[in-house]
Design a protein around this ligand. Structure first.
Ligand code: MV4
Length: 447
């Protein structure tokens, strides 16, 4: 096992990774920006290195600074967390070239899955269902129009280098598609430096259901069930739960098998997530694969009892996944995660500032992953996620009741949060019944 791990991240996920290292007896190095001197991860780690200015381009995204911090502290591995450098294949390569271990998938798998049209093509070759659409990147708008005429409208154009909803354009007819193509091409060129696009039939009200997988160097690939992530606003997830109210044992087994096949197609290693769109008829389609530990990973940890970050460390060190077979992962009960953001409840604008008072909920079936403490000042430079409040119950109803109780116990004063909004969602009839799709929040916010 590693003796010292550098965490190339901040906030709650850095704190979460430090916890896993502590339990495995691994020393930790925190890196932080000039704005994060007081951040909890910098205080909890065994060693701390300031790597640059508040702006993440000069600190958390600065590969030379991160690598220098690893070299001077003698770290033998780097955990990237999520966001920042987590899905940067070049960074993973540099870590290996410097003789350290990247705690994540091989650079080739990151690169393949980072190119969304290539990812689509390669999983399809392994019999993973995909929506009708282009085989790889489109050559021209004429090709897009011809393909759309064959598969029927509506269609969606997506940037090969995009993902997570960035660089998408919907088209309901030929004239929209012609204009969408030029706009999307230019946007993708500016945003990603790669203008290539691909096309898919557009599904109108799908659910977002994703599968957690673990793959080790010995060639074992297992899935740990799904997370339902349909409750999101502007491609930012707000609530995730497991199991999905839409899956039964048969569909779960079928989708899990497809998720494992997608991971195998990428010669994947470490923890990853395969995202699917699920329609009302129970048909599912590969959307993308995320080659990182995700924000919502604790939902899976609560229902499976598996510590996913410890598994990541084990796998990166060349050890097998600690569960020999899928049958040794027996999901129990129901877990829900509420993302607590420091934001204005009306405008959704970030609400940084000093936390004057803080009460974190606890009690049966409650977990909070957070870097907040009383007296901490949330800086304005980063993502507004400040806490993940998770509840676990024997069934969905018990989890919902615990959610209400735990959200009511939470007190964050000095900054605004979206905790009240979560309470209102919990009162929603459709949410209570599990009737959620990717348009749930639009309906909820206009009601
Ligand atoms: C789609 C889609 C419908 N049809 N693709 C959004 C995030 C990105 N990963 C892909 N996304 C979508 N792709 C086809 N062919 C609908 C979405 C989508 C969505 C997906 C998951 C969660 C929320 C969403 C909100 C709007 C659109």
């Amino acid at each position: 096992m590693f003796s010292k791990v550098l965490i190339a991240n901040r906030g709650e996920i850095a704190v979460r990774i430090i916890a896993a290292c502590r339990e495995l007896g691994i020393a930790t190095v925190a890196v932080h920006s000039a704005a994060d001197r007081e951040c909890l991860h910098a205080r909890l780690a065994d060693e701390t290195v300031c790597i640059g200015p508040a702006e993440s381009t000069g600190s958390y995204l600065n590969i030379s600074s991160v690598m220098s911090a690893a070299q001077i502290t003698g770290a033998d591995a780097i955990h990237p967390g999520y966001g920042f450098l987590a899905e940067n294949a070049r960074f993973a390569e540099i870590v290996h070239e410097c003789g350290l271990t990247f705690i994540g998938p091989p650079p080739e798998a990151i690169r393949l899955m980072g190119n969304k049209s290539q990812a689509r093509r390669s999983v399809a070759a392994s019999e993973v269902p995909i929506l009708p659409g282009s085989d790889g990147p489109l050559g021209s708008s004429a090709e897009a129009l011809e393909l759309a005429a064959a598969i029927g409208y509506p269609v969606i154009l997506k940037a090969s280098a995009g993902g997570g909803g960035r660089g998408m354009r919907l088209a309901w007819d030929e004239s929209e598609l012609q204009r969408a193509y030029d706009t999307a091409w230019n946007e993708a060129e500016r945003a990603f430096g790669d203008p290539t696009l691909y096309l898919e039939k557009y599904l109108e009200s799908p659910r977002h259901v994703e599968f957690q997988i673990l793959a080790d160097r010995q060639g074992r690939v297992i899935h740990l069930g799904e997370r339902e992530c349909s409750v999101q606003r502007r491609h930012q997830k707000l609530i995730e739960e497991s199991p999905s109210p839409a899956l039964g044992p048969e569909l779960r087994a079928e989708m899990g098998k497809a998720a494992v096949a997608a991971a195998r197609a990428a010669r994947y290693e470490n923890a990853g997530t395969v995202e699917f769109l699920l329609d009302r008829e129970g048909r599912f389609y590969f959307m993308e694969m995320n080659t990182r530990i995700q924000v919502e990973h604790p939902v899976t940890e609560l229902v499976t009892g598996v510590d996913l970050v410890k598994e990541q460390l084990r796998i990166a060190a060349g050890k097998p996944v600690s569960m020999a077979k899928r049958t040794q992962v027996r999901p129990h009960g129901h877990a829900i995660e509420f993302r607590i953001n420091a934001e204005d409840p009306r405008t959704f604008a970030p609400s940084p500032g000093r936390v004057s008072h803080l009460v974190m909920p606890g009690g049966p079936g409650v977990r909070v992953d957070s870097h907040l403490y009383a007296g901490y000042t949330v800086p304005p430079n980063y993502d507004s996620l400040v806490a993940k409040l998770l509840v676990h119950g024997r069934d969905r109803h018990e989890a919902l009741v615990r959610g209400r109780r735990a959200l009511a116990m939470l007190r964050v004063e000095g900054i605004s949060t979206n905790a009240e909004m979560h309470q209102r969602i919990l009162e929603d009839e459709d949410f209570q019944a599990g009737r959620i799709d990717t348009h749930f929040m639009e309906r909820f916010l206009t009601a």
